[in-house]
Design a protein around this ligand. Structure first.
Ligand code: ARG
Length: 456
């Protein structure tokens, strides 16, 4: 006698069923069912023949799913029920034994952890592709001058290689964040049952080893309630997407006629349907615009988990769509960036001429005065006066006549003009992490070592 007399309301069914999105977990579900079946054999729940029958049927279910021939039915509520139903159709009543000592609560948490572990690894490896390319570009352009910006105003000269290395470190940290999410997903929930544990002493460690988990979740309530690993993954993806948006925004800016610093890869650009001359940096624009959606996915799961009592509640079914959406978005974004960086062309001459703007040497003139004993704050004011005078007179700083310099500071002499000539602006940025050739060379080496560590 079943518990329910009435059929579910169709509206409830539509709300409650998760098959349309959780079917994506099928490969993980099958994998864990194989391992679980072996554990059931180990505990004496199944005999050898039953184990063989279940494993054979699972193979067939897997093949049907892969081949797109799996006969879904309207009554399949979620991927776990669909697979078990089909398993029983194929194997007969022994199929009904697969769910011994297992609940969909520990089952779905296990599928999800397997999914996150795989996606986190994929994120790291896609980042590695981008990082290798960025490192090569930075090496190639280590000495190519370009203006550095603050407030998007020309600030001080740097080199293109130096700027690209800033991208490098930004994304390198993302790889570590995906690595941390990978570790968080490395503890196996399976064997926890609905919440209290199970009535069979299954060899959880053997199951974990078969599935590639490094450890076990040590508390059965935590095992079915925990989605931290998904939050960690979404956090990594959200930060990474934010970084992609900043890189995308720079490529968009740099490719304008106003900047003219780069020409985006044609393969990642589009034309206009009306203006024949146009080449639009669509891929860079989309990197810029897709970040908030990944952050929203993180917010969605945070919201689902907020104040949610332990252990399992159906709320947790809402963990999947944001997770899948973020994984697809971030992986596509990273593949796009890697591709864009293959065909991008930099206009080094244009960058160099923008970087030779004398105004960019204002700090260096101030430092000249500092070397002659003036406190920096006073030197800053002297140079401010020179800049105002030059702007008002409509002349470059170096056109202020020698005879007028003393009116700004007695400490100024011929070296003022030498500093403005510019050869030394970059060479003088000797601090570790700075824009001098030596500092950039050291940085490139550190970056290469950090890449090797990521590869290994
Ligand atoms: N489809 C469900 C989910 O994704 C599976 C777990 C259902 N568990 C339950 N006690 N109804 O969360």
């Amino acid at each position: 006698m079943p518990r329910f007399e009435n059929e579910p309301d169709p509206v409830f069914w539509e709300l409650n069923a998760s098959l349309r999105f959780d079917v994506r977990l099928a490969p993980y579900d099958i994998r864990q069912s194989r391992a679980h079946a072996r554990a059931l054999r180990g505990a004496g729940v199944l005999d050898d023949g039953e184990l063989e029958a279940l494993l054979g049927a699972l193979d067939r279910v897997a093949a049907e799913l892969e081949g797109g021939e799996f006969p879904f039915e309207p009554g399949d509520e979620d991927v776990h029920m669909a697979i078990e139903r089909r398993l029983t159709e194929i194997a007969g009543p022994v199929g009904g034994k697969i769910h011994t000592g297992r609940s969909r609560n520990d089952q779905v948490a296990t599928d999800l952890a397997l999914f996150v572990a795989e996606r986190a690894d994929a994120g790291r490896s896609l980042l590695l592709d981008c990082l290798e390319r960025i490192h090569a570009l930075a090496d190639e352009h280590r000495a190519a001058p370009m203006p550095g910006y603050t407030h998007l105003q020309r600030a001080q000269p740097v080199t293109l290689g130096h700027h690209l290395l800033a991208w490098f470190w930004m994304l390198r940290r993302d790889a570590d964040r995906f690595g941390a999410a990978r570790s968080a997903a490395g503890a196996m929930p399976l064997g926890s049952g609905a919440l209290a544990g199970i009535n069979w002493d299954l060899d959880r460690a053997a199951v974990a080893a078969e599935l590639g988990f490094g450890s076990l979740v040590e508390n059965s309530i935590d095992a079915v309630s925990n989605r931290d690993f998904a939050l960690d993954y979404l956090g990594a993806a959200s930060t990474c997407a934010t970084h992609l948006s900043r890189i995308g925004a720079e490529i968009v800016l740099w490719s304008t006629s106003e900047f003219g610093f780069c020409r985006p890869a044609e393969e990642f650009s589009s034309g206009s349907s009306i203006m024949p001359q146009k080449m639009n940096p669509d891929a860079a624009e989309l990197l810029r615009a897709r970040a908030p959606r990944v952050s929203a996915d993180l917010m969605t799961l945070t919201g689902v988990l907020h104040a949610l009592p332990l252990a399992y509640s159906k709320d947790l079914q809402e963990d999947k769509e944001p997770l899948f959406d973020a994984a697809d978005a971030i992986e596509l974004g990273l593949r796009a960036l890697a591709g864009m960086l293959v065909g991008i062309e930099f206009d080094l001459e244009r960058m160099a001429s923008a970087a030779s703007d004398e105004m960019a040497a204002a700090t260096d003139v101030a430092d000249l005065l500092v070397r002659r004993g003036l406190p920096f704050r006073e030197a800053h004011a002297v140079v401010g006066g020179l800049v105002r005078h030059a702007l008002e007179a409509g002349i470059p700083l170096s056109a202020i006549p020698r005879g007028e310099l003393a009116a700004f500071s007695e400490l100024l002499d011929e070296e003022y003009y030498e500093v403005l000539r510019g050869g030394e602006w970059l060479a003088s940025k000797v601090s570790r992490g700075g824009a001098s050739p030596e500092a950039i060379a050291a940085q490139l080496e550190l970056a290469a070592a950090s890449l090797a560590e990521l590869r290994g």
